[in-house]
Design a protein around this ligand. Structure first.
Ligand SMILES: [Zn+2]
Length: 207
């Protein structure tokens, strides 16, 4: 079993076994700072104060798993906006990587950050660059790159219930989960709506 870290935002929605391993758990926690779920929880990135509280506690959780975790750093308004934009762009990217969501018209510009690659006798490493929110953005994208190479990124999903959209980590053998919680989100109505969207999409793609 992986080390259980207490991710403050994700813990609002799910069980510890549905959280991603290592630094990817921080990416998931960032996604889950949004106002999601049923009933809706507050957006933790609503203000500099709530964001600061979340960040301190989430980075503390991260620090127990990853010694290269960025140190806590106070966020200013601009930094907060950058982090919120990253969170929302990532959610869109993850949602459209599932079959459920229509691909947005036009190609969304890729999210870019800077990082350093260093190589020594132990191997090559990607290291985050920048300060404050930029350092965090760099760290988040490095975790996504690592998960892409390790082929674990496909397991980080957003719930197929359009009214939920909570991020979860799919540990199922065939990576087939659609809902963050099948009892609250995978009800008959949602399954029917999901199939209808799938069907509509199938028809649309044949034209
Ligand atoms: Zn859900």
């Amino acid at each position: 079993m992986t080390t259980a870290a207490h991710w403050p935002a994700s813990a609002r929605y799910q069980q510890v076994q549905d959280t991603a391993p290592g630094g990817l758990g921080f990416v998931q926690d960032l996604l889950n700072t949004a106002s999601l779920g049923k009933p809706r929880k507050p957006d933790l990135l609503e203000s500099v104060d709530t964001a600061g509280e979340w960040l301190t506690s989430s980075l503390a959780a991260l620090g127990t798993l990853d010694p290269t975790a960025p140190p806590p750093h106070p966020l200013d308004t601009r930094g907060l906006t950058r982090l919120r934009t990253l969170r929302d762009d990532l959610r869109t990217a993850l949602a459209t990587s599932h079959t459920d969501e229509p691909t947005p018209t036009g190609t969304a510009p890729p999210i870019r950050v800077t990082a350093t690659i260093s190589v020594d006798a132990e191997g090559a490493r990607l290291e985050p660059r920048g300060t404050g929110a930029e350092l965090l953005r760099s760290y988040v994208l490095i975790q996504l790159a690592a998960a892409t190479y390790a082929d674990t990124l496909r397991r980080l999903k957003v719930c197929a219930n359009p009214r939920c959209r909570g991020a979860f980590y799919d540990r199922s053998k065939n990576c087939s989960r659609l809902w963050h919680d099948v009892t609250t989100c995978g009800n008959t109505q949602n399954v029917r709506a999901y199939r209808a969207r799938q069907k509509e999409r199938g028809l649309a793609s044949r034209h």
